[in-house]
Design a binder for this molecule. Sequence first.
Ligand SMILES: [Ca+2]
Ligand SMILES: [Ca+2]
Length: 202
Amino acid sequence: MTRRSSAAVAVGSGMALALLVAVPGPAEAKVLLCRGSVVTIDLSDPDAPNPNRDRKDVVLGTEGRDVIRTGGGNDEVYGGPDDDTLASYGGDELLDGGTGQYLAIFDFDEMTVGAVVDLAIVGPQDTVGAGTDALVAIEDLWGSRYDDVLRGDAGPNVIEGFEGDDVLEGRDGDDRLDGGRGTNTCDGGPGTNQVLNCVVPD
Ligand SMILES: [Ca+2]
Ligand SMILES: [Ca+2]
């Protein structure tokens, strides 16, 4: 983990004003229009606060291999360059990997049911166990200890279900599917796939 935690460029006020917030970093985050307040956390800033808090945060990863777990609130996380790991929490979040191989983890202590995640969906999706999240430029998925349904996209994906009876689907591309413990069902789809700890349907 290369988190170098952080300072808030606290932007905003208690007034119900619309604020234009310029966020350096990923092109997608250049300008955000917000009501109320947003805190931008740049993990390369040694004075920044911990992003794991119960308000909306915009978290910008560093050029290193970040591991970013969001907190409460509807956070936006931009991994930035390099291969990062982004972990969803319960809010309605945006997880944007950027360039590189990105892993999104759907597992946290407060979960009570598994996650349903489809990397082929553009825009927000109901993950059931982890809020309504939008995933951008994410290649790999890790599920929870519960029964997950995890689906890849047309490219190569690495998908792991861990505990629980999981359903994993790779679709196109050369995928690696690992169901972990439990009675899992895996469908690698077209391509040269590696399938572990799974029942493969006919
Ligand atoms: Ca499993
Ligand atoms: Ca795939």
